[in-house]
Design a binder for this molecule. Sequence first.
Ligand code: XMP
Length: 319
Amino acid sequence: AWTMANFRDVARTKIRAQVSSGRVICGLSGGVDSSVAAALIHEAIGDQLICIFVDHGLLRAGEADDVIRIFRDRFNITLIHRDASDLFFAALEGISDPEQKRKIIGGLFIDVFEQEATKLGGADFLAQGTLYPDVIESVSVSGGPSAVIKSHHNVGGLPARMRMQLVEPLRELFKDEVRALGRELGLPETMVGRHPFPGPGLAIRIPGAVDREKVKILQQADAIYLEEIRAAGLYDAIWQAFVALLPVRSVGVMGDGRTYDYACALRAVTSTDGMTADIYPFDMAFLSRVAGRIVGEVRGINRVTYDITSKPPGTIEWE
Ligand code: XMP
């Protein structure tokens, strides 16, 4: 019978055959796909794999630390952590167009990755967590309608000048199979079962211009929302849940004083592939508990709304 244990054995052998004694570099993002690819390749070739984690400062609260803890400390994978957040925030300053934000982040991501690869003296192979649906999508719609609506910077990869052969051990797998493989490899459930997260990160969850201060506010609200979702046992029933920080300030009251702070929107959807989505029907008690905690605990937010738009006509993200 075909099991993930078989797949793991076969993949290991294939990776060794492809790579031989060459050096492989892999970009880690904290997402499921690159994490599973890295763990699998490390199992096959050990220290011939070097992971590069370009930290753009736009991850959820605690996720950069998780990546380091899991890969460096627990799996003993050679990991370069490059905190490039200053570069990203500087490049994003005053930029409010969604597509321009994506381009800036995607371009800088590649530049920084390339810098780190060059510092290492280069590599023979580049590992990517490409899945079967990515293969299909990039063949059939590259430049097609979805690419026009939103350019996904993590699909498409690095410039030709880097000239490395690709190692893509997940090319035949669907997402649920990648998750099963991740469990088989001993990756923690919090990473393997994680909701999809966009490459441009929190930058596209802050409509309008992005800065460090706004990211910090959003991270705090988002962490509370996710904590409550997990505590209510709802995480796995939801495809994606997140907070968007709105570029709107509104008046509120706090104690004896008047506040004038940001509004945020809670988003939670169910979906099977992200192409269409329905809103998750939280009960009011849950929503008001989250709203109370966010307004009470996060300085800078004094109003919480719930986004009840399905896809289509909405999109999952706000940008
Ligand atoms: P939308 O907002 O288009 O999102 O309904 C569909 C799925 O794609 C994710 N998404 C992105 N992923 N880079 C990514 O890697 C992006 O620029 C990007 N934009 C949207 C979104 O989180 C959802 O899962």
